[in-house]
Each structure stands twice: as structure tokens, then as C-alpha cells.
Design a protein around this ligand. Structure first.
Ligand code: PLP
Length: 331
């Protein structure tokens, strides 16, 4: 049966960056390797703006608002491996904005693809801008205040672009998935996604609850303790719902599993197996920061008998995945 959903009206300012919809494909190779399924892949590694992956969707709304507010400089922050920082620098350039990026440590000893990409896009990089990663969001606000005092018009963004505005990209993505599923007669039971700053999951949850979609969204927390990640996802999802005039999600709508393993960007044995299985059976690259840990969660949910079909939301991470290969981190 083909069901057609009514059009979703989004009134927030938006600058188109991504090529949408991204493909939704069946993962038959993974299904036979795991003896489970149906498994579908939502290919947000293919959003088509640089190598931004999932971050292209958030940046459409963040840059949209920055332009709407007549900002002249985007201020953002992250770790030296940050996909968001590189994508933000590229998106800012595309919109004619300057970009200042703050990092908590010194310049990395080994070259980082994402940092060099940001630098090549003309971003100004500020290392040692905060003592810890957690203090970077305050440093962004302080930096923006200093720019304002100099007569600039900054648009400040917390790590990962995790705001209600940025999350709107993934509320729209929930709708996009619903549309694709309706057209193909698929009724997903569970959607698995990697969660770092929480903006991606927040948008997916805001969309799932707000549009009354029947699946559960389960987040693989890769860097924060789960209770911490859950509080952040609820806060951002509610802000997002408010901006889109949707029913607000509650804490009960936010499911997070602890997938940190040995640490942020450090793969466990299971994570390495997840990467190998996905590469060998689907020809897909996963990175150690996000994708591998989310795939490990998908495998363990399936092994525990979670309902199917499941959708694995591939969020990108090309730079880290390729760096790990060239540095011989993979066996
Ligand atoms: C490749 C990739 N996947 C997943 C995530 C997690 O998204 P979020 O920070 O919105 O939770 C990120 C964040 O940078 C990312 O770069």
C-alpha cells in the first residue's frame, strides 16, 4: 500500500546545502552476516555537501538563521577531529560569512583532515581557547561578545550545532524518512543513530513525536555519560519542537545507550568488528568516533531481539574513517 503524507511546512530560515532526500537502502549483506533484519540504511553519509555528513542538515538551519540575522561571522567550537567545525567553515564560506573556530587543546601533533579543511576554507582557528572541551560553549559566547564589542555581528553556535534551530534539520529528516517508508511500504520499529552533542537525535525525536511516527529512536552515546546525553537531547528536542510548533517530547521519548567503550574515538574490539562487517558486507565506511559505535549498538539490539525493521542512520565521518585507515589503525 502506498501512503502519501501531507506536506510538512517549515517556516524557519534555511539555506539549502544538502542533496535531499538521502537514499534509504536495504542492507541485505549485513542482514545475512548478522542473521537478522530487515535492516535499512539511511545514507546521510551522502548528504552531498563537502564531507559534512549529518552536519549538513543542521547547518542548513543554523546558517539560515545567521543570514536572516545579518550576521557577518559564525563562531563555533569542537575537538580537533570535529566534522562539525570543518562543515561549519565550509558552510559559512558558502554563505559569505567569516568563521572563527575555537579548540580546547593545542594544535594537533598529527595533521587533522577536518582542521585543514576548515583552514583551507578561510576559517580563523583559535587553539587553547578553553581548558576543557566542556568549557568550549562558554568560550564561544565570550568570543562572540568580544567580536560584538569590535562592531562585528557574530552568530554563536555551541559544539556540534546542537540547538533547537540546528535540530530542525533532523526533525525534517524524520519526515523525510517517514515519506520514503510510506512510499515503499516499510514500517520501521527502531531507528539507531550515533549521539555526540545530541542535536541529531534531538531533531529525530522532535520529528518522531511531533509527527506521531511509530518508530523508537535509540541513540548511541559516544562521548557523554548517558544521563547527561539524555538531558541534553530532551532540552534541545523541546526547543526544536517549540520552534516548529510541534508537540514537545518528554524524557520518556529519549532512549540512550552507553556506547563510549574505551573512549571518544577509540574503538573497542566489538567496534572494530562492526566496522569490518559493514565494510565487507555493504562496502560502507564507518569511523571510530560515531559510526562504529552506533553499529555496535545496532548489532547488540538485534542480538537482544529488538523488533524489526531497523534503520541504521549512517551519519558520515569520512575524514576520521579514512585517517584511521591510512594511519594503520585498522587491522
Ligand atoms: C559523523 C558524525 N556522526 C554523528 C555525530 C553525532 O551528531 P550529534 O553531535 O548531533 O549528536 C557527529 C557529530 O559531530 C558526527 O560528526
Amino acid at each position: 500500500m502506498v501512503v502519501t503524507l501531507p506536506q510538512m511546512a517549515v517556516t524557519l530560515p534555511r539555506m539549502r546545502l544538502a542533496t535531499l532526500p538521502t537514499p534509504l537502502v536495504r542492507a541485505k549483506g549485513l542482514e545475512s552476516a548478522l542473521s537478522a533484519g530487515p535492516i535499512y540504511l539511511k545514507r546521510d553519509d551522502l548528504t552531498g555537501f563537502g564531507i559534512a555528513g549529518n552536519k549538513a542538515r543542521a547547518l542548513e538551519f543554523l546558517i539560515g538563521e545567521a543570514v536572516d540575522q545579518q550576521a557577518d561571522v559564525l563562531v563555533a567550537a569542537g575537538s580537533p577531529s570535529s566534522n562539525f567545525c570543518a562543515a561549519a567553515a565550509m558552510a559559512a564560506r558558502t554563505a559569505g560569512l567569516a568563521c572563527d573556530l575555537l579548540f580546547s587543546g593545542p594544535p594537533p601533533a598529527a595533521p587533522s583532515v577536518n582542521i585543514e579543511l576548515a583552514r583551507a576554507c578561510g576559517a580563523l582557528l583559535y587553539f587553547d581557547a578553553a581548558a576543557t572541551r566542556e568549557q568550549l560553549d562558554d568560550a564561544v559566547l565570550d568570543h562572540a561578545k568580544r567580536l560584538q564589542a569590535q562592531g562585528r555581528r557574530p552568530y554563536a553556535v555551541p559544539r556540534g550545532g546542537a540547538t533547537g534551530v540546528g535540530a530542525a534539520g533532523y526533525a525534517c529528516a524524520a519526515w523525510e524518512l517517514a515519506d520514503q517508508c510510506a512510499a515503499s511500504g516499510i514500517t520501521p520499529a527502531v531507528v539507531v543513530v550515533a549521539t555526540g552533542s545530541g542535536g541529531t537525535q534531538a531533531g529525530l525525536v522532535a520529528g518522531q513525536v511531533g509527527f506521531g511516527l511509530s518508530w523508537r529512536v535509540v541513540g548511541a552515546s559516544v562521548s557523554r555519560p548517558p544521563h547527561n546525553a539524555a538531558a541534553q537531547v530532551v532540552r534541545v528536542a523541546r526547543d526544536c519542537a517549540d520552534r516548529l510548533s510541534l508537540v514537545p517530547p518528554t524524557p520518556a521519548d529519549v532512549e540512550i545507550r552507553d556506547c563510549r567503550g574505551p573512549g571518544f574515538g577509540v574503538a573497542s574490539e566489538q567496534d572494530r568488528l562492526s566496522t569490518r562487517l559493514t565494510l565487507h558486507h555493504e562496502g560502507l565506511l564507518l569511523d571510530d568516533y560515531y559510526g562504529a559505535k552506533a553499529m555496535s549498538l545496532l548489532r547488540s539490539e538485534l542480538a537482544d531481539g529488538c523488533p524489526t525493521p531497523v534503520v541504521f542512520w549512517h551519519t558520515g565521518g569520512f575524514a576520521a574513517a579514512l585517517s584511521a585507515l591510512t594511519q594503520g589503525a585498522r587491522t
